[in-house]
Design a protein around this ligand. Structure first.
Ligand SMILES: NC(=O)c1ccc[n+]([C@@H]2O[C@H](COP(=O)([O-])OP(=O)(O)OC[C@H]3O[C@@H](n4cnc5c(N)ncnc54)[C@H](OP(=O)(O)O)[C@@H]3O)[C@@H](O)[C@H]2O)c1
Length: 235
């Protein structure tokens, strides 16, 4: 159960959890396709992915026609992971256009990806959708973000039923460590997370990549939502 000679597509594979997953899949012998908006970020990412074949495609996954054209260019492949997302969070009083962004920037892009991947994905392949443990334990200031994650988890189960034997699963992580300016900005959130998890720490990209690779390679797992969150959803 590994990804030797498999073709793995990661939309949002140029940084964070998506890049870590592309790297770990490459280490198992997969060829890799990554997609994202910034060509520069993908050039940098390509240097870090240890696969014989790494292809990169520019894509705004909020545009369904771009998503469809992307999969037509990619052609046949085995596994899809869809962490590419951009959205804002805020209280119920925020502007409605901003409140819609978790659905427009995270839910619908993954729906479009699953829809247009189906003609090209191997019948014994899989789709892993990206959610977030905020779905089960919201902390405030993100009602539509929590709702979008909940919707993604339901979407994964419904697609597992509709698309079988293609397997569909969802990964729903807790808070993940970030270095650099983003990490500095989120330092307080990282400290607070320690107080609300059983394992008293944030997670790492590689730990989420490990979960995604399990969901891709375990051929008896479908319709599952896994929570690599250090126990956040339990306390
Ligand atoms: N980090 C956490 O603590 C955490 C916790 C739980 C869940 N998650 C979820 O995990 C996912 C990824 O998070 P991350 O922290 O790994 O993010 P990240 O490091 O910011 O990476 C996001 C990736 O998605 C791409 N992307 C963003 N908008 C896109 C668009 N419109 N079209 C195509 N690609 C797009 C980015 O490239 P470009 O910018 O070049 O497009 C990049 O490759 C998100 O759905 C997030 O909600 C994260």
């Amino acid at each position: 159960m590994n990804l030797q000679s498999q073709r793995v597509v990661v939309i949002g594979g140029s940084s964070g959890i998506g890049l870590a997953t592309a790297i770990e899949a490459a280490k198992q012998g997969a060829s890799i396709v990554i997609a994202g908006r910034s060509a520069d970020k993908m050039e940098q990412a390509k240097k870090l992915i240890p696969a014989e074949s790494v292809e990169a495609f520019q894509l705004n996954n909020q545009k369904e026609e771009e998503v469809q054209a992307f999969f037509e260019k990619v052609g046949a492949f085995d596994h899809l992971f869809t962490p590419g997302a951009s959205y804002t969070r805020g209280p119920i009083t925020i502007d409605t256009e901003k409140a819609k962004t978790p659905f427009e920037g995270k839910f619908w892009p993954q729906y479009f990806a699953a829809k247009h991947a189906v003609p090209h994905i191997s019948r014994d392949g899989s789709i892993v959708l990206m959610s977030g443990a905020f779905s089960q334990r919201p902390m405030g200031f993100g009602a539509t973000y929590g709702a979008a994650n909940g919707a993604i988890e339901s979407l994964g189960k419904a697609l597992a039923v509709e698309l079988a034997p293609i397997r569909v699963n969802v990964v729903s992580p807790g808070t993940i460590w970030r270095d650099g300016p983003e990490g500095e900005q989120r330092a307080q959130a990282f400290e607070e997370y320690k107080e609300v998890t059983l394992l008293r720490r944030v997670g790492y990209n590689e730990e989420i990549a490990h979960t995604v690779l399990y969901l891709m390679t375990n051929k008896f797992t479908t319709g599952s939502v896994l929570f690599p969150d250090g126990g956040y959803t339990l306390i």
